[in-house]
Design a protein around this ligand. Sequence first.
Ligand code: ADP
Length: 555
Amino acid sequence: MPSRLTMVSGIQQLLTGERADPRAAQALFLVPLVVEFFLHLLPPESFDTDFAYGTAVALVPTLGAVAIARGLLASRWTTWLPVLDIVALGLYRMSDGTAIGVAVAFPAIWLGLQFGRRGVLVTTLTVLVCFVVPTLAKFGFTTAAFSRVAQITLMALICSAAVAMTAEMWKSQVELTRKNAARLEHALTDLIEQRRLTRTIVNGVDVGLVAIDEHGVYDTVNPRHREFMRLAYPQGHAGHAGQAGFVYDEDGVTLLASEQMPTTRAVGGEAFRDVLIWVGEEPSERRALAVSSTPYRRNDGEFAGAVLAYHDITELVQVSRVKDEFVASVSHELRTPLTSIIGYVDIILEDCEDLPADVRGYLVTVQRNARRLHRLVDDLLSTALHSVTKVLDIDRVSVSELLQRSALEAGKAATNAGLTLELDTSQQREELFVHGDSERLAQVFDNLLSNAIKYTPRGGHIVAALTQQDGQAVVCVQDTGRGISPAELGEVFTKFFRSSSVLTDAIPGIGLGLAITKTIVDAHGGEISVSSELGQGTTFEVRLPLPDPRSVPAA
Ligand code: ADP
């Protein structure tokens, strides 16, 4: 007799359609049979030949089940076991005084379970052959005989079909569960790989990374940031945002208070980019870090924490400092001789009244240009570019005249460079006046024209045009030069920007002209824009607000 566990696993195997251990199913079938057997033995006269045949036939599938389970018989014979069980029951049924026929439910269930619809068909056919034929043969075609076999057949059919349907549903459920489990496992593997990849990136990048939760507790710190933390907190860090340490403001000397720390601001939900701080106790070892913070939120939109990135920009800051120092010292060196040139030219022009007219004219040009040069050197000297506009000498200025003068001077340089320069005022015959600093505005036009000349190859054409639109004086400087790539166009007004093609071709310049130009235009309440096509040319457009005509006295 198989153990209980073997039976359970046998039934499970039957349910899941795997190769079943037939001993479990056969053992279940044997239970009512054994009971019936003993009941029949008690009054020995009821042990008739049909009962003996039935018992003999029932032994065959029992031995067959054991043989299949032990591998002595191929498992494909399993189908025959419940069929033989039904045959045995049919024989029992022929015996008098036994109700064992109802045990047909067991093989019917077995067949339905293990072989599904096929099992239902086999059950029905076998029951018909084994029960109907003998019963009708024994009792004749009577209503009672029909009723007996109909009951048995119907019961076997219902049992088998019900179990077959349940088994099919079960199997599809099991299949679904299997598929879901496989999908989950796949997702889990993906997740693990993703985590591994993320960890590799986080640990490998040359940027300090910290993830902080909404309470300010450090969640993740990558090795690069640990180095920064060792500098800022040589005594150790408690893993909570806002700990005071050797963390300094952008000046590199003012210690940051806890509430000013980037981590504190990040925990407050603030998003920021490139906040400059310095870390380190020893001034010589201090590092400059550009800190950015990105808050992250839960699905419901609640703040869940922040990720902070720390870029080490010490070298960059030092290079920038060196550049500023270099520019400052070069400008200072230039300023002294320039002051002297301007002074002497002023003296000559004031004191020497008998100068020939053409010489006086040349000297006036020298004086004007030397003064412009002096201003430019002053701009270079001042690190804060906006200071150039702090001392605007505002007056009523003729843009038409300024542009004409700049174009006249640029014309000579253009001719020398093999270019043609055209001043187009055809759209604006009347003189246009603005409130502004004439020297500064002249500087704007000079810069744009000199750039157009500098960045246009021989044979090119430059047009300086003046128009009036929407209450603004519009000056356009258009060239047919080398142009600027779309990727670099947005940077042209940035301090020290020089396009890559200009650098490659080693065209001299320092990249300050347009930054100064924009600052001056902005200070006049105007706008400057640029459009360009690489290899085709560039157009700069300056818009300066015209004063309200009612407030301008008639010229
Ligand atoms: P600089 O001329 O000294 O380099 P600017 O600030 O005047 O400095 O110009 C910045 C950069 O913008 C130049 O180096 C050049 O690459 C680009 N640029 C300016 N004007 C033009 C132009 N008309 N055509 C093409 N590129 C220009």
